[in-house]
Design a protein around this ligand. Structure first.
Ligand SMILES: Cc1cc2nc3c(=O)[nH]c(=O)nc-3n(C[C@H](O)[C@H](O)[C@H](O)COP(=O)(O)OP(=O)(O)OC[C@H]3O[C@@H](n4cnc5c(N)ncnc54)[C@H](O)[C@@H]3O)c2cc1C
Length: 508
């Protein structure tokens, strides 16, 4: 076994919470090590509905703390990464099965004002007979509300947090599993296994964060060997992606007969994303997949609203994720709190173990701040919170000016197809210039592997974003998997497997 380094903070888990905590801690002057056993965002953090939202439905469950924090975070996150986060309008068609119109209007008034709102437009009511959002809906739906939230590329949000942490000096190890953690007085000793070659190594850290998502209990008891009661409740949620069912850029929030809600969201140009479900889950979270009843449920829930129902044959992709919720004793999965709970295990002055339960993509930044607040006793010289006003890599773009900025960027690369340059602007923001550095023609970017994915981009992702497989690139760093055929996907796999061409290891 090879000896490793000494760190202030070790983080287990490369999802949004682990990467968010690693970034915040490294930026406050701690030396951080993060281990992710698979790819970054390979578990729950790439399987979300991809909304930065207050969670209109949580108001019904009186989750005011969570909703207020989440609503306030919308504009903070939007300003930090206007390339991967953008405003979206949501249409709620009204019908008799819902609460009375004035009650919903009041709920949306609260939603508009609870967390402060300067950039996002307010709620309005819509006459469905005279608005593009009415087209395709059954005629019986005559009016609707339209309110604001945001869309996020969830997997890229995770990677950009990891990138920022690494740019500030953090050690990020993917495909590295923490197999044991032992407390030795004022330090944790972690045994890690590189899953590529089976090599084991040891590091020590003054504090340990368990951000293992659906594996949080396994890390507490199996990895850290603590005698902790199970506090998590695993709830699976699935999505389907179908050929586009609407011709506008607004999303729908449909309330189903069972009281649950279902989103239909414009997705990746030619598609609509539909989800989600709530199903109790047991077993290995890495194997979570959509079930037949979930497919039926989602098709049925959305078709209920549509003039032309959607069919199984319209489905192009599906994915499922497991929410690592905090068990608050609610009887129904959908009613279990979505708020996060941070537990601290620290006997006396020994090294602390902080575990993360629950949470949302939306609240990851605040969760990181709260986590570090809890660890302040161990790190008294830690610098103050800083992430509220900081941008994520590539995000130094005016919030309201993304389109102008992207048009300007497109002008610098006239040899690229407009669709490709737009995709690159969205994915990389201002780091597009590091990716395309020195290129004066398409040929300079190497082979086009399909959908505008070049050899140069693959090399960039390998060098800067921990991408190691075609799946990492096609389904997490991008969603090009939806646009490429089988032979193109095979070409990407061959390219990723080949030695990376020389490319700067650090972007922009
Ligand atoms: C269906 C669904 C829809 C959702 N929609 C939204 C939404 O629209 N908006 C929103 O804000 N939130 C949403 N959420 C919630 C959000 O996705 C989660 O709260 C968040 O992604 C959890 O992140 P995490 O970092 O805690 O966990 P994860 O992303 O699961 O990360 C944990 C990581 O730990 C790693 N790991 C585990 N054990 C070890 C070990 N021993 N060694 C090394 N690594 C280890 C795993 O591989 C994993 O990558 C949704 C969740 C689901 C399931």
């Amino acid at each position: 076994m090879e000896p490793g380094g000494e760190y202030d903070l070790a983080v287990i888990g490369g999802g949004v919470n682990g990467c968010g905590i690693a970034r915040d801690a490294q930026g406050r002057g701690l030396r951080v090590f993060l281990a992710e056993m698979a790819d970054l965002a390979s578990a729950t953090s790439s399987a979300s509905t991809k909304l930065i939202h207050g969670g209109l439905r949580y108001l019904e469950f009186h989750e005011f703390r969570l909703v207020r924090e989440a609503l306030a975070e919308r504009e903070v996150l939007l300003a930090s990464a206007p390339h991967i986060i953008w405003p979206m309008r949501f249409v709620l068609p009204y019908h008799d099965g819902l609460r009375p119109w004035p009650v919903i209007r009041f709920g949306l008034f609260v939603y508009d004002h609870l967390g402060g709102r300067r950039i996002l437009p307010p709620t309005r009511s819509v006459d469905l007979a005279n608005d593009a959002v009415g087209i395709g809906l059954k005629r019986k739906y005559r009016r609707a509300f339209e309110y604001s939230d945001c869309r996020v590329d969830d997997a890229r949000l995770v990677v950009l947090n990891a990138r920022d942490a690494a740019d500030r000096g953090a050690e990020i190890r993917t495909r590295t599993r923490c197999i044991a953690a032992r407390r030795e007085g004022a330090a944790w000793r972690l045994t890690l296994k590189d899953l590529r070659d089976g090599r084991r190594f040891v590091i020590s850290a003054r504090g340990l964060v368990n951000a293992a998502g659906p594996w949080v209990s396994e890390v507490l008891t199996g990895v850290a060997g603590l005698d902790a009661p199970a506090r998590d409740r695993l709830v699976k949620g699935s999505h389907i992606v179908v050929d586009r069912i609407f011709d506008h850029d607004r999303a729908y929030i449909f309330q189903n007969a069972d009281g649950r809600i279902c989103f239909a969201i414009p997705y990746e140009g030619g598609f609509t994303l539909i989800g989600t479900t709530d199903e109790e889950f047991g077993g290995d979270p890495a194997t979570a997949a959509i079930s037949e009843p979930e497919i039926d449920y989602l098709l049925g829930a959305v078709s209920e609203y549509l003039e032309k129902p959607i069919a199984r044959s319209d489905i192009r992709w599906s994915y499922a994720g497991v929410r690592p919720l905090y068990d608050d004793g609610a009887s129904k999965a959908q009613e279990t709190t979505r708020d996060y709970v941070l537990t601290l295990d620290q006997p006396g002055d020994d090294a602390p173990l902080l575990s993360v339960f629950g949470g949302k993509i939306t609240t990851y930044r605040r969760l990181a701040e709260h986590a570090l607040e809890k660890l302040a006793g161990t790190f008294p010289r830690m610098r103050p919170p800083w992430t509220r006003t900081a941008t994520l890599p590539g995000g130094d773009i005016p919030v309201a000016g993304f389109d102008d900025w992207a048009e300007n960027a497109a002008g610098r690369y006239p040899f690229l197809e407009p669709k490709t340059v737009r995709r690159l602007c969205r994915a990389y923001g201002t780091r597009i210039d590091a990716l395309l550095h020195g290129a004066g023609s398409v040929a300079d970017l190497g082979q086009d592997l399909g959908g505008g994915l070049s050899e140069r981009e693959v090399a960039y992702l390998k060098a800067n974003e921990w991408a190691e497989t075609a799946e990492d690139i096609l389904w997490r760093r991008s969603k090009l998997g939806l646009h490429l055929d089988e032979s193109q996907r095979a070409a990407v796999a061959a390219c990723v497997g080949a030695a990376a061409p020389a490319q700067s290891a650090r972007a922009g």
